[in-house]
Every structure is written in structure tokens, then in C-alpha cells.
Design a protein around this ligand. Structure first.
Ligand code: SF4
Length: 81
């Protein structure tokens, strides 16, 4: 698979996206980010140089999973969200 900057797993492969989606679906609703905030967070990730193949190089996790937890924040020095 080629390296893709600006890609979330959603744009990478159906299997990667399914795995991430299943994980996110298991997050309890009280810990989950609301849809609008989630999309805004991912928009920031997609314009960030630290995103590669859906993973954040700052924390090593899938950006979609990190963004899905309401209490988490972006680990970038500039705290993009
Ligand atoms: S540093 Fe922040 S904005 Fe950049 S990919 Fe990671 S979580 Fe997203």
C-alpha cells in the first residue's frame, strides 16, 4: 500500500475502515464525540502533515479513533483540536 498523507482509513481500504469503525462503535456513548465535532476534528487531521495512512505520527494511533473520544485532544504542539 502506498503512503498517503491526508488519508483517513475511510479513504484507504474497506478493511481498515471496517476495523476502525467497529472499534469506534464499541466506545460508550457518554465518551463519544458528537458527530459535528468529530467531523471538524478529522478535517483538521486531513490538513495536518502528521497524518499518514490514517495514523497520527504524534501519538501513533488512528486519527479517527482518537477523534472519536470526546476527552481526547490533538497531541500536536499547536493542539489543532
Ligand atoms: S497531530 Fe493532531 S491534527 Fe495532526 S493528525 Fe495528529 S491528531 Fe490529527
Amino acid at each position: 500500500m502506498e503512503l498517503c498523507r491526508k488519508c483517513l482509513t475511510e479513504q484507504l481500504s474497506e478493511q481498515a475502515y471496517r476495523t476502525v469503525s467497529e472499534y469506534i462503535s464499541l466506545i460508550p456513548s457518554e465518551k463519544k464525540t458528537d458527530d459535528i465535532t468529530y467531523r471538524e476534528r478529522l478535517k483538521q487531521c486531513q490538513s495536518c502533515d502528521e497524518l499518514i495512512n490514517g495514523m497520527c505520527r504524534k501519538c501513533g494511533c488512528f486519527a479517527e479513533i482518537r477523534a472519536a473520544y470526546s476527552v481526547r485532544h490533538c497531541p500536536h504542539e499547536q493542539r489543532r483540536w
